[in-house]
Design a protein around this ligand. Structure first.
Ligand code: IMP
Ligand code: MG
Length: 188
């Protein structure tokens, strides 16, 4: 599912503190509908086994909390942190800042990511996580810009194909701002 960016118009959102936002890419209702569908897809894809939903902080925190409430089977939740961005520019090096304490071996791992951009984060993390010998390892990304070259692992579950613009809200930030927007907006 793709989207064009709808202008914010005269809507004056106090959360933006006067910052110009180009428009809304995905509104609250569209996100809720898609998260509901993703929950059903994920429930159907894991009929048995121990499912560990592993959220990539900080960007996935809102998506993950909505998503797990739409998955109708037992599961566990843990988080890890990978950092590669400085403002709007990718630094290119992906660092794993926090290691999940949870045992991954033998479990079905669903790595939840906010957005796939260059794909560097996923390439690196998936390689690290595979070494922990999970039963299966899949990716669920809320947004996918479809611009990644050399993506070694494709996301099995994707919320929306995203415009190639810098997006904020619903967990996504610019310099740690805008994560709390209930919609996804384009900054440029
Ligand atoms: P990648 O490694 O280039 O695929 O980037 C992945 C990470 O960069 C995501 O998890 C985000 O935290 C961040 N990122 C990439 N594109 C955007 C964007 O448009 N808005 C906000 N964060 C982004
Ligand atoms: Mg970020």
């Amino acid at each position: 599912m793709s989207s064009t960016v709808r202008p914010l118009g005269s809507r004056n959102d106090p959360r933006l503190s006067g910052r110009a936002v180009k428009g809304i890419a995905f509104d609250e209702a569209a996100i809720a509908d898609r998260v509901f569908e993703l929950g059903r897809e994920i429930t159907a894809a894991y009929p048995d086994g121990d499912l560990l939903v592993l959220g990539l902080l900080k960007g996935s925190f809102i998506f993950l909390s909505d998503l797990v409430r739409q998955i109708s089977r037992p599961l566990q939740v843990d988080f890890l942190v990978a950092s590669s961005y400085d403002g709007m520019v990718s630094t290119g090096t992906v660092n794993l800042v926090y290691d999940p304490e949870t045992e991954l071996e033998g479990k079905d791992i669903l790595l939840v990511e906010d957005i796939v951009d260059s794909g560097r984060t996923l390439n690196r993390l998936m390689t690290i996580l595979k070494e922990r010998r999970p039963r299966s390892l899949e990716i669920c990304a809320l947004l996918h810009k479809r611009i990644a070259e050399g993506l070694k692992f494709e996301a099995k579950f994707v919320g929306f194909d995203a415009p190639n613009e810098f997006l904020v809200g619903y967990g996504l930030d610019h310099a740690e701002n805008f994560r709390h927007l209930p919609y996804i907006a384009s900054l440029q």
